[in-house]
Design a protein around this ligand. Structure first.
Ligand code: SF4
Length: 190
């Protein structure tokens, strides 16, 4: 079973999203919000190519954009918005439109990239960054013991849910549903 790091974020948003994707194999069209986010990502990518790394607080690094990573052993495949790399270390950077209530999901997504990177490359990957585009803020994320144990727990929950094929309850935070790409499949929340 191969998961995309984005699945961790989406699972914390609402487990049903992952159920529909992997059990019902539903493919959705990108929402207006997702398309807007994609355009903004492209713009930020062009700006980041020219910018220094001062705001990240690290020394000189190579920058790679839309870096594909696939690790069979970790069961992870995805695309990293920006990868910073020096002689010894790799730092995944994820671009997000805004700060959000699912910040833990963002951190898990970032850590999933690092798991895949660490399994392939012989470099350290102890921390990464989330770049909040709208506020121009950088969040440094240390891949510490708490994050690692949370990752292992959530990964196990996701895999068990997929294996059981049991539809999870809908989110209690129904305000999330209005912008959800799966709204048409959730008859019990409409
Ligand atoms: S519509 Fe609501 S309950 Fe259904 S998947 Fe989306 S967020 Fe979850």
């Amino acid at each position: 079973m191969i998961l995309n790091p984005v699945d961790f974020k989406n699972y914390l948003y609402c487990p049903r999203e992952i159920f529909y994707k992997y059990v019902n194999l539903i493919e959705t069209e990108p929402t207006v919000k997702m398309n807007a986010g994609y355009q903004l990502h492209k713009r930020i990518e062009e700006l980041e190519k020219k910018r220094t790394l001062i705001k990240y607080g690290i020394g000189n690094c190579d920058k790679k954009f839309n870096f594909k990573v696939y690790s069979k052993s970790e069961g992870i495949s995805g695309i990293i918005d920006m990868l910073l790399e020096d002689e010894e270390s790799m730092y995944p950077v994820d671009f997000k439109m805004t700060e959000s209530i699912i910040i833990d999901g963002y951190k898990l997504q970032l850590y999933a990239y690092s798991r895949a990177l660490s399994s392939i490359y012989e470099k350290r990957c102890d921390l990464g960054f989330i770049y909040f585009i709208t506020s121009n803020k950088i969040l440094k994320v240390d891949f510490d013991e708490d994050l690692i144990s949370n990752y292992m727990r959530i990964k196990s929950e996701i895999l068990n849910m997929i294996k059981s094929e049991k539809l999870p309850d809908p989110t209690n935070e129904r305000e999330k549903c209005s912008g959800c790409e799966y709204i048409n499949f959730c008859g019990d929340v409409i």
